[in-house]
Each structure stands twice: as structure tokens, then as C-alpha cells.
Design a protein around this ligand. Sequence first.
Ligand code: DAH
Length: 342
Amino acid sequence: MNPLDEVRSSWASLASEINAADETKLVELRSRFLGKKGEIPGLMRHLGSLSADEKPVYGAAVQALRQEVESTLDRLQEQLRSAALKARLESERLDLTLPGDRSEAGTLHPLVALRDEILDLFTGMGFEIADAPEIDTEWFNFSALNVADDHPARDMQDTFFLSRERGEDSLVLRTHTSNYQPHAMRDRKPPFRLLSCGQVYRCDSDATHSPVFTQVEGLVLDKGISFSHLKATIYTMVRALYGEGAVLRFRPSFFPFTEPSAEMDVDCRSVGLDRDGWMEIGGCGMVHPNVLTNSGVDPEEFQGFAFGFGLDRMAMLRHGIKDIGLLTAGDMRFLRQFKGLA
Ligand code: DAH
């Protein structure tokens, strides 16, 4: 057998192996037959021993074999490649019918949204925002506010006492944000307009009372302040929050720290609620001269008004919420309803 036939038949005898070849085998075969020192280039070495007539015939036959080997190896390689690609596409295929991972956008709690709105509103009216401690002394929470030691208001407010002994320095969870008033008057000189918002605590719990709730407290001290300044401020707030049609009433009341004092009620129907009656939202009044004196302000020189709102009540009024406890229960079914509040 001449060398050409030998190579041809060795190629042919590998046919079954070739067809089942993997990537490595193909590389191996390619180098064995087509590589620089491979069998097919090796055939050209015999060219010299051939006659002039035989040379082109032989050359063409070698070339034909090279092409056959090359195209077979190319085709197989292509097949392997596309099979691999197909397998990859198959394994990485996206199942568009699978449920996605829903990323839920957070939303503001109705109390936070309303608080922000109120803070914005009062900032716009020239109020400064400030804070006071939630754990405070009896002095700041009661005595400084003209609540006498034996005054029923101390019990009326169902205080959480933190100290065993009772006394001016003993600690309580503040029962109202009014504790903020003496802090403010001691920390700065009037005139000022201040607003404070925060949590307050009372031993009290039913559909309209919660042991933890939030109040918004305002204090304005200046010369020549009257009750009409107070009314104008409160009206402005209520109408901004509930619309121009909101009906508000001031009911004479009593607080030791204001004289005269009033409680404020909003007509439920006037703010779009489907129920008759008034919802009390807070108390207010002209700052009692004793409260000014207790904190070193001369009542002859400065007068002022103060108010304290229940933020939870105001949110109930706004959204028609019937149970105050829902606002602090953290129940997602309830909270999800307020998705639009951003
Ligand atoms: N502190 C009172 C309460 O919690 C509310 C209040 C009434 C605040 C009159 C005031 C005020 O500032 O002037 O019931």
C-alpha cells in the first residue's frame, strides 16, 4: 500500500471513533492528521520520488484527503459547539411563568405621614421644632405646669411612675408633651413659637385610648398674645389638614396650665366621615401665669398660648379609623391600606 492509501485507510478506520469524538479527541485527531508534523503534510515528503506526471495527480489526491479530513473535523467541531450551546441555553432557560420575587416598596406609617405634614405646616408658620424627654421628672411633667401635688390631674392622667418614691425629682413616663413647655422656657428666652411632637404614656386602654400615643404640642410666647392668635393658628392647621369645610368647636374646659382653657372638637361629617358627632382632638388655652413664673418668665412682660393635640385622634379622623389601637399594633393588613402615603 502506498503511503497515501495508508493514511486514507487509517483515517477511514477511525470513522466510528471520529463520529463519537469529544472536543479533546478532535484536537488530537486534527494534530495527528493535519498538524505540521501530521500524517497528511507528511505525505508531501514523497512528492520528490514521483515522476512529473504523477506529481499533480498525487498532489491533488493528498489535497482532496486533507479537505475531507478538515471538513469532517470542522463539521464535528461545529456539531459539538452547537450541542454545547443548546445544552447551555436549555439549562439557563428562564421560565417566564415562575412567580417573581416581589420587592415591596415601603410606605410611611399614617402617623408619621401626618406628623410630617403638621411639622411642615407649622414650620411654614414660623415655628421651631424641638424635643423634650419621654422619661421626665414629676416637676417637669406636673409641678412646673401648675399641677398641685394633690391635684386629681396627677391621678386623672393615669401616670406610669418609674420611681418608688414620689417627689419633684422622681421619674415618670411623661403623660403629655406639655412637659416640653417648662423645658422650652428654661432653655431659651421668649419671644418664640415652638412645636414639639412625640410619644406620651398613660395607664389607659380602650377603643379611643391607647397606653402609648403621640401628641403635638405648641407653645407661643410673645408680647400681646391673645386667644384670637390661638384660634387662628388652630383653624389654620385644621383647615389645612381636613379641608376648608372642616367644622371646629372650642369647648370651655379646664387644664391647670392654661387659663382660660378649651378643648377642641372636630365635626366628623364635616371632614367626610360617615358618622355623626364630634371627635375631641386636643386641649389648648392661654398659658397660666404660674407656669411662666415657675420657669422664670415674667407674666407681666410675656403672654402666650399653648395647645396639645392627639396625633392618633387626628389620624383616626383623617382616615376614618375606628380603633386607636390599630395605629400601634403593627398589623400589616391594616398598614397596607396606607400605601399612597409617601
Ligand atoms: N396636656 C394636655 C393633655 O394631655 C393637652 C393640653 C391642653 C396641652 C392644653 C396644652 C394645653 O398645651 O394648653 O390632655
